[in-house]
Structure formats: C-alpha cells, structure tokens
Design a protein around this ligand. Sequence first.
Ligand SMILES: *Cc1c(COP(=O)(O)O)cnc(C)c1O
Length: 374
Amino acid sequence: MKKLVDYRPTRAVVNTDAIRSNVGNLKKYLPDRTVVIAVVKADGYGHGAVESARAAFQAGATMAAVATPDEALRLRSDGIQQPILIMGPSPISFIKEATRQNITLTIPGSAWARAAVDELESAKESLHVHVKIDTGMGRIGIRSKQELLELFSILEGTSVIKVEGTFTHFATADEPQHERTAEQFQAFMNLVACFPERPKLVHAANSAAALRFKDYALDAVRFGIGMYGIAPSEFVASELPFQLEPALHLETEITFVKQAKSVEAISYGGTYNAQPGEWIATLPIGYADGLKRNLRGQQVLVRGQRVPIIGTICMDQCMIRLPEYIPEGEPVVLIGKQGAEEITMEEWATRIGTIPYEIAVTIAGRVQRQYFGD
Ligand SMILES: *Cc1c(COP(=O)(O)O)cnc(C)c1O
C-alpha cells in the first residue's frame, strides 16, 4: 500500500493540529465526566483513519469508533491499542477475532446476542459489547423494554459477553427542531433505566448533538464530522459553541497552460467555448479523484483568487479559466484557504445538493494524503 514517491501533484493535505484542536475544544466545552469517542469510520471521513485517531487520542479522546470489522482490524494492525468500538452489526464469524484483538462490538438485537453466546460457548476470553438502542433512527437496535428484557435473559448467566456500554443514535440532531431529539433522548433514558446494571459508557450524542446539547453528553459523545472541522449542517454551523478548524486541504498544480487563438471548444461535449485571448489551464484532478462531474462551474483558488472550472470535468483532469497567463506548476487549492479566500467542503456540498460528509468520503484513495502538525 505504501508508496515511496508520488509523481502527481494532486494531494489531500491533512493538518493533524486542526483535529487536535477540534477534539481539545470539544473536551473543554463538555462536562468533565464526558469522554470523547473519535469516529474514524470510512478512513477517517477520508482524512486517514490511523492518523486521525492518533491525533484525537493525543487531544484526549479515549476510544475510536468505526463502522466495520475491517476498519477496526486496520487500526489494530497499524498499532492503535486504545479501545475500538464497531458501531454497525458485525458478522458472527468475526466475534472470536474481536475477542482476540480486544475490539468492542455492538449488539444490534437479541437474535445476534443469542448467536454470539453460541459462538462463544467454549471461549476463554470474553467479548466486550455495547447494546444499541433504537429510539427513532430506525436502523439497528433494541426498540422496546420487552426486547431489552429478552436480551438480558439471553445474556444472564454467561460470562463470555460483557456489556460495557449502551448507545442510541439521533436522526435529526442537526436540524433546528429539537423535539424529536428530546423524545429520542427520553426514550433512551427510559430503556437505560431497565438495565440490570448501568453500563460504564452510556452515550447518545453525535457531533451535532455534542455541539448543541450539553445535557445529552452523558458518559461519552461520538464525535465524527466535527472532529475534522466540518459542521454537520448549515444550521449547526450557525450556532457552534466554538470555531471548528477544517483539517483537510485539497490541492494540486497547473500542469498545462494555453491561450485560445480563436473560439476553441473545451472538453467532452464541447459545451464551453473559450474566447480568443482567454487563458485556459489544465489541472490533474477529475471525477475519479472525487471532483464530481456536477461540480462543473465550481471555483478553485489560484494566487488567492477564485477562478472557475470550465467545461465538463473529465475522469482525471479538468480545465479552469485564468484571468491572465499563469505558468505551469502554479499551486491550486480546490478545498481550503489561499490568501484571504477559502473554499470549504460545505460550499461543494451546497453546490451539488448533498452534505459535506459525502464530499469528505468521496475524495478518492488515489489522491495521496500528506500530513503535517506537531
Ligand atoms: C457516523 C456515526 C456517528 C458520527 O456522526 P457525526 O455526525 O459524524 O458526528 C456517531 N454515531 C453513529 C452510530 C454513527 O454511525
């Protein structure tokens, strides 16, 4: 996997200090008893799971959370020794490996628990689990007191499964209306009260809830998008308790420059006509890198100025219009700051009608990641 040299100037530059600052500021803001679980699923929202987890731990996070067994194993093989929670359902075939690697799994329902108990029948080590409670997300989890009691009757008398935590997930914490989140929180508390013993880690909040509702912080918050310095929604961005610092810059360099001699069609479909005298530059980044085709028209930063992407975005390259001659090798920022200007993932997301989460995870694996920070 590890490349020695990368000859393409297109890179995602991650400032790990920004991650440390976002996690550190959240910790300062939350009650003392609340720990931070760093959510590094999907390769740390495209930022690099291991590097992001390390930065978060340095800033005081105590656990990492991922979505899948493979993501957890990757962290372990890269030397992460802190607790890891897999938040999604894991296949039963992974359970023994989870106990060997000390990876905490999520109980999505009682059928899974029954199968897990069978699987671990003669195991020496026990499995650590968090019980998922579905209070309105409608994805996975226990939905009623009856189901919860059934779960505890399955777990009763076995020492192979240790319930260390329980959690729920909010469906609308990033929206202005607060009622549904309040209802979900109350429903969660009602079910937590039915546990025979209160687990060590009771947690509910994602980034949006952690940043908005201190009252829901409980024992831990699962801090994902905010850790990377991105607001979960425009609404949350408008009421942040502290500044989030974006950690990722997407940069490249001009690889080719030309001046139109006559009216010249640019790119597939010939839908953009450069006028005589216009300076057109080519960038080595395209939709296979995460610069989605419908970002056509989006601006990039050259010498601190916004200039537009013109014509159809190709798989590996795209064209921009320059205000004047600028030579090959000139740095170009697609996401991040240059001079006084800044382009955010939120800006891309708004342009193409999605959320910044999707932009972050769409930056392709072939874009080299570079890290700096103390
Ligand atoms: C992804 C995820 C999170 C993190 O959400 P953010 O909005 O990125 O903070 C928290 N909890 C669960 C269950 C998740 O799947």
